[in-house]
Design a protein around this ligand. Structure first.
Ligand SMILES: Nc1ncnc2c1ncn2[C@@H]1O[C@H](COP(=O)(O)OP(=O)(O)OP(=O)(O)O)[C@@H](O)[C@H]1O
Length: 255
């Protein structure tokens, strides 16, 4: 399915979500280029998942605009879903199916033919060095391998943009590194990646990151620029500096 080439893979303007009077996402504005790894950083409850759910077309925005892979997230959410992959925080692969059977299942959901499913499964498992788990039941796999497999299922239909919601939460550091290598290879192939995390080490791996505090996007930049700007060593320090600064300012404004 062809679509006009757009300047950005993700384009968001003043996107807002309210739950009754509570503003979970407050007028966020940002753009993400094709093949870019864009991180959503923020503490628990900052609004990352809510923002992501609007971008994948499953949660209706209260106001504002958003376009993903050339499709309006509200008006074209059905078409949009064919062009994106999504790995949720609690992705449920089928525990009693093997790795390959899970890929076949998700390939079917994305509307691939049997031949496409066979080829794509082989291609992804080989590319990411995962052939040996092909016949393993998911229930017998360690969490990190389940997450790597879940990432593969999200790539079955060759999406333009893939959304990963805390994909390495609870995963041990060596598998986490392997997972990030998968993310890099995917982005190098031209797929845009939006990843949420509250792990500050992972922020260093993103091309650009945004920081969310209380529903607001308080900054968007490269990790290096942010560290240089505030003369700090790590993204953890940058996050604390910005979050505390925002909270202080907010308290002063509110008093
Ligand atoms: N359906 C809903 N109804 C009411 N409030 C909601 C709903 N979904 C989310 N919220 C609230 O919106 C705020 C943002 O939640 P969200 O899950 O987007 O945060 P998050 O940054 O993804 O946090 P976490 O890292 O814990 O997943 C929270 O205060 C949450 O309780």
């Amino acid at each position: 399915m062809s679509q006009p080439e757009k300047a950005y893979s993700i384009s968001v303007e003043n996107l807002t979500k309210k739950f009754d009077d509570f503003v979970a996402v407050d007028k966020i504005t940002f753009n993400v280029k094709k093949g870019e790894i864009f991180g959503f950083l923020g503490a628990n409850g900052a609004g990352k998942t809510t923002a992501m759910r609007m971008l994948i077309g499953v949660l209706e925005p209260t106001s504002g605009k958003g376009e993903v892979a050339g499709f309006d997230i509200f008006k074209n959410s059905r078409k949009l879903k064919k062009h994106i992959g999504y790995m949720s925080q609690k992705f449920s692969l089928y525990d009693d199916l093997t790795a390959k059977e899970n890929m076949r299942f998700f390939g079917g959901i994305y509307g691939l033919t049997n031949k496409e499913i066979r080829n794509r499964t082989k291609e992804l498992l080989t590319h990411f060095g995962m052939e040996h788990i092909e016949k393993e039941r998911v229930s017998s796999l360690p969490l990190g391998w389940k997450q790597k497999l879940a990432f593969c299922t999200a790539l079955m239909h060759k999406p333009d943009v893939v959304f990963l919601d805390e994909p390495t939460s609870g995963v041990d550091p060596s598998i986490r590194r392997q997972f990030w290598e998968m993310i890099y290879e995917t982005a190098e192939g031209g797929v845009t990646v939006l990843v949420t995390t509250h792990n500050m080490d992972e922020a260093e791996y993103c091309h650009r990151i945004s920081m969310m505090v209380a529903g607001k996007m308080i900054t968007v930049d490269t990790p290096q620029n942010l560290k240089d700007k505030y003369k700090l060593e790590t993204m953890g320090e940058v996050f604390l500096h910005l979050a505390r600064g925002y909270e202080k300012e907010h308290a002063i404004t509110a008093s």
